[in-house]
Each structure stands twice: as structure tokens, then as C-alpha cells.
Write a protein that binds this ligand. Sequence first.
Ligand SMILES: [Zn+2]
Length: 157
Amino acid sequence: MYFFYEEEWFISLSSPTGKCGGGNKLRTYQTFKRKYCYEKYLTLVNCIKDRVNLTRLRISAHQLRIEKGRYERKNNRMLPENERLCLYCNQKAIENEMHFVMFCPRYAKKRTKMLKSLSINNIPTGEAFCILMAAKTLKVASVFSKYISECLEMRQS
Ligand SMILES: [Zn+2]
């Protein structure tokens, strides 16, 4: 049973469209999660709200437009991915996890502070994104999950 489940998991991760079509919901997950394992540090994050927010971001169960846009309709069809733009800046960028975490100017101040405090402010953006989303140490998990919560609050206000 376990092996079957694991195989299923790998298949859905590696499929470009996902099992249901319309874009692979796990596309972000596969960029930083290459091994089927449990991230123990996540459970050590004290603040429940922060832990939940980070977990949701990691599994794409969040409110960013890349996901919410699935329920928006255009000409009786699902809003195409390339039209699910960020409504919180003027960059005309798709509001996906990468945009939210690394690029959206709305959270730039907080981001600079967060990257500095984890000493990952001078590495390529994609690399920093993977380190953050993988949350492999308690420090990264704590600092990053707090950043996510704060940005989500700014986003809702
Ligand atoms: Zn933005």
C-alpha cells in the first residue's frame, strides 16, 4: 500500500498537467521537494498560525491567485494560468508562490530583512526560494513561516 501510494505521488509530481488537467497543483512542491519525507522542523515551529501558513504555501493550498484563479471564469472557462496576475503590485506577474515569496514589491522590505537574517541574501533567487520552501532547519522554518504570515496579513489588508 505504502509503495503504491509513493509511486502515485511521484507520478503526480512529475506530470506536467497533474492528474486532473488544468495545471499541476504540485508544480511548486516538486521544485523543492525531491524526496518523499517528513519535514520534522516544521512541527517545531511554535506558532500554529505560522506553521499552518507555511504548510499551506508548500502544498499550494493557499489564496494566491495562481490557485484562486482556478475558480475564476473567463468566457465560461477557467481563467488561464498566465492571466492569474498579482493584484498587489503593478508588475503584471503571475501571482504564484515564487512571485509572492521572492519578487512582489509589496513585501520587499520584509523580504530583505528575512533573507539577511538567514544569511541567504547574496545567493541566486531560485536557490534561496528552495532553501526557504524546504525549511530544513528550525531557524529557516521559524523565520520564513513568520515572514509568510506577515506578508499574508499585508496582502489581506
Ligand atoms: Zn505582486
